[in-house]
Design a protein around this ligand. Structure first.
Ligand code: SF4
Length: 355
């Protein structure tokens, strides 16, 4: 039997597999506690399992880490960026964003991205491959072991479109939320999507976490230009799907809007956003674009940004201006990893069926 990476398995899938090995289901819960609560790095540490059970597990599972740290950078605003190398030499990044009461981890779900958003460096790389569940959860495990305090929130907002790797993202969320594994509340987890409507619908049938929609334009013409996925799923279709998603907690949908000078930051654009979002329980984060070569956009004037915000607030839409954190270390999505030449190594050969 081919050896499998144990952290590729959600708690439920691990239980089924361990039962297939002839063991009782509760053994899977014991293994999960060792992996995610007691930070075991070898099966021999799992001393509440018999030597025979450990032997069976060792014969089919590998416990080794899937990531190697290549670079760690700290921004003047406290943001931490980690660049990891995978076993096939591809590279991904994760970011820690400290705020007053939160320590948020932004994790990657793919190497590169197929969506090709025109304001994003990761989009210029294209999709190289999906990350395995173990490669996603290992970002959390590695970084949480280095920090003095606990990670309070997780956002799937690093490299890649999480809903283009939905099975592994759901398995990762199940590891994060299962009481026998990491045990985090689903209210503290956010999936950010560029607008894969089929993925939003599928995620909603299977799991309830916070949803953030990367809107970035106020009409279809502009969105077709900056986010090609809009040609398949236009704005109204996207918003209709997002409002039906079963959100946890306060049931507030989040929209992200990167302001691109002279492209989507006019007064007219702000009024169009009001039309799109009126009546929806939501908040919108306005993010002045962080300039990065060779992307063809500029940072808007701040007075433009304030005016945009004012128009939304006057319409009773909760609009916050968010700085792109870690500007001095290339803080926007995908910028650190995209700075390095990628080894194009698409071992999974997985297609993006819906793009
Ligand atoms: S913004 Fe997100 S979805 Fe768009 S190309 Fe970049 S990583 Fe992909």
């Amino acid at each position: 039997m081919q050896v499998k990476k144990i952290r590729d398995f959600s708690p439920k899938k691990l239980e089924s597999f361990i039962v297939e090995l002839g063991e009782k289901p509760f053994r899977a819960r014991q293994v999960c506690k060792w992996l995610y609560q007691k930070d075991a790095v070898s099966f021999d540490e799992m001393t509440d399992l018999s030597i025979e059970t450990r032997g069976k597990i060792k014969s089919v599972f590998d416990i080794e880490p899937t990531l190697k740290i290549i670079e760690e950078q700290k921004s003047t605003d406290g943001t931490l960026k980690y660049l990891f190398e995978l076993s096939d030499s591809n590279r991904i990044e994760s970011v820690i964003i400290p705020e007053k009461k939160r320590l948020t981890l932004c994790i990657s779900s793919q190497v590169g991205c197929a969506l090709g958003c025109k304001f994003c460096l990761t989009g210029t790389v294209g999709k190289i491959r999906n990350l395995d569940t173990s490669e996603i959860i290992d970002q959390y495990l590695f970084i949480s072991s280095k920090l003095p305090g606990p990670i309070t929130n997780i956002v799937f907002m690093g490299m890649g479109e999480p809903l283009d790797n939905i099975e592994r993202v759901i398995d990762t969320i199940e590891i994060l939320t299962d009481k026998n594994a990491i045990g985090m509340s689903s209210k503290r987890i956010t999936v950010s999507t560029s607008g894969l409507v089929s993925g939003i619908n599928e995620l909603g049938k299977r799991i309830s976490v916070n949803l953030s929609i990367s809107l970035n334009a106020s009409n279809d013409n502009t969105r077709n230009e900056v986010m090609p996925i809009n040609k398949k799923y236009p704005i109204r279709k996207l918003i209709n799907s997002a409002v039906k998603y079963p959100l946890p907690g306060r049931k507030t949908l989040t929209f992200e809007y990167v302001l691109l000078k002279g492209v989507n930051d006019s007064v007219k654009n702000a009024h169009e956003v009001v039309e799109l979002l009126k009546g929806i329980n939501c908040k919108i984060n306005l993010i002045p674009f962080n300039e990065a070569y060779p992307l063809p956009y500029n940072t808007p004037e701040m007075n433009r940004v304030y005016e945009f915000q004012k128009i939304l607030e006057n319409a009773k839409i909760n609009a916050k201006i968010r700085k792109s954190r870690g500007r001095d270390i290339l803080g926007a999505c995908g910028q650190l990893a995209a700075k390095y030449p990628h080894k194009i190594n698409s071992r999974n050969k997985e297609q993006s069926a819906d793009i």
